[in-house]
Design a protein around this ligand. Structure first.
Ligand code: ARG
Length: 433
């Protein structure tokens, strides 16, 4: 409305200049503001007061001439002069209502995408399966799901990718604990967080256990059948915890969207070999790295993107490089959006730049890190429990529903239990989202 009113005023000024009422060469910045008191119209402009002096007229006289020169517009019902010479515009509510009614008849509410439909990978949620989902995974999950839905609404083809952390050294410790006491492990796995703590305690307390954990990682990576069986068992349970949370949050994610770090294992050696073939690989203290001139530290020394440790192990960046080319070549994505907190900004800039230099993705493919801040506690640091642990997402959701329940019951004691629970769920989960 403001833009179109500015445009109307501009036309009136042009007309008055042509008629010789206003001198040539005026090009004022036309200001249009929302009125505070709607009984005096919806928008106001001080243009007549601004131009009165150069025009050699009283503001109210100029205002009158401006009103006479304004082109008719269906969205404006009337224009009045107020106070020392303000122009007050009243919007035509019927015309606006009719316009909104017409939009409601359109399934897309009149919203259209600017540009052609794309295939978009949305990388979201991505918890580490060794532990339970915590409050820190909320934003990646909720914002990612929200944006995925918006893009779908606009006609894009969205491919959700849950890049879960299902690989790495912690798994050796967990497998060793499962192996040590299979029965207890089965029941303890219901509480993954407790299971992780118990395994960690054994790991810290017993050198012999720690040694076994390290051997199991090696065996797992070598594809040992028994290790793989335990690993699958653990991940199935952990993923079912995640799925229960997604369902409870109304987040559109399923097991079919899971494409974890382990899914790229077979390509990691190729990634390193291909980087080498492109002349992008350097050795630094035995580790294999990519140095890019864009990335330097404060002392102007190049920063490494480490893709293989001295011992031969691959890293987070190697997996992400493999994922970029999977998304480009297999998923044929035009665009990939990564919903990961802002602390990983440098990691993604480096991975995206390396992927382009190596030709892993076509130049036309958009790679974007959609960073966001962390969920902080009162101390301004990432939210922790009093004893320094993370808050489990399941506990947070329980508490949100419980608090909503207490509030609703206090206000509407006559509601029956089932209805109370239903409202508490909608309010509690809705508030967290
Ligand atoms: N699992 C990782 C973490 O918890 C997030 C993964 C995000 N996605 C990615 N492609 N790196 O920090």
């Amino acid at each position: 409305m403001k833009d179109s009113i500015r445009h109307l005023i501009q036309q009136a000024l042009t007309r008055l200049t042509a008629d010789g009422v206003l001198p040539e060469g005026l090009s004022p910045a036309i200001q249009v503001e929302n009125t505070k008191d709607k009984t005096h119209g919806d928008f106001a402009s001080n243009i007549a007061m601004m131009l009165a002096k150069p025009a050699g007229m009283k503001p109210r006289d100029l205002a009158e001439k401006l009103i006479a020169a304004l082109p008719a517009d269906a969205d404006i019902s009337k224009v009045e002069i107020a106070g020392p010479g303000f122009l007050n515009f009243y919007q035509n509510t019927e015309a606006l209502a009719a316009r909104l009614d017409a939009l409601l008849a359109d399934a897309k509410l009149g919203v259209r995408k600017n540009g052609p439909a794309q295939r978009v990978v949305v990388d979201l949620s991505a918890p580490n399966l060794a532990k339970e989902m915590h409050v820190g995974h909320l934003r990646s999950t909720i914002i990612g799901d929200g944006v995925a839905r918006v893009l779908e609404f606009l006609g894009d083809e969205v491919i959700r990718q849950n890049h879960v952390g299902d690989w790495g050294t912690q798994f050796g410790m967990l497998l060793a604990y499962m192996q040590e006491n299979p029965e207890a492990a089965e029941s303890e796995l219901a509480d993954l967080e407790g299971f992780y703590r118990a395994a960690k305690k054994r790991f810290d307390d017993s050198a012999e256990f720690a040694e076994r954990a390290r051997e199991l990682v090696v065996q797992l990576q070598a594809g040992d059948a028994e290790c793989l069986r335990l690993w699958h068992r653990f991940n199935d349970i952990s993923l079912s915890h995640c799925q229960a949370l997604y369902d409870r949050l109304g987040v559109r994610l399923s097991m079919a969207d899971v494409k974890g770090e382990s899914a790229y294992n077979d390509d990691l050696a190729n990634v390193v070999a291909d980087l080498k073939a492109k002349g992008l690989l350097s050795e630094s203290d035995g580790a294999r790295c990519v140095f890019m001139e864009q990335f330097k530290n404060a002392e102007d020394n190049p920063l490494p993107l480490i893709v293989q440790k001295a011992g031969g192990g691959y890293l987070y960046a190697t997996t992400d490089l493999a994922a970029t080319r999977y998304r480009a070549n297999v998923l044929k994505a035009d665009r990939a959006l990564y919903f990961v907190d802002q602390r990983q900004a440098l990691h993604f800039q480096m991975v995206f730049t390396a992927a382009r230099l190596a030709g892993f993705v076509p130049a036309s493919m958009q790679l974007e890190h959609m960073g966001f801040g962390t969920m902080n506690g009162a101390d301004g640091r990432p939210f922790k429990t009093r004893d320094g642990g993370t808050v489990k997402l399941v506990d947070l959701l329980d508490e949100a529903e419980e608090r909503a329940y207490t509030l609703v019951k206090g206000k509407n004691p006559e509601l029956d239990e089932a209805e109370l629970r239903q409202i508490a769920r909608a309010v509690g989960i809705g508030a967290v989202k």
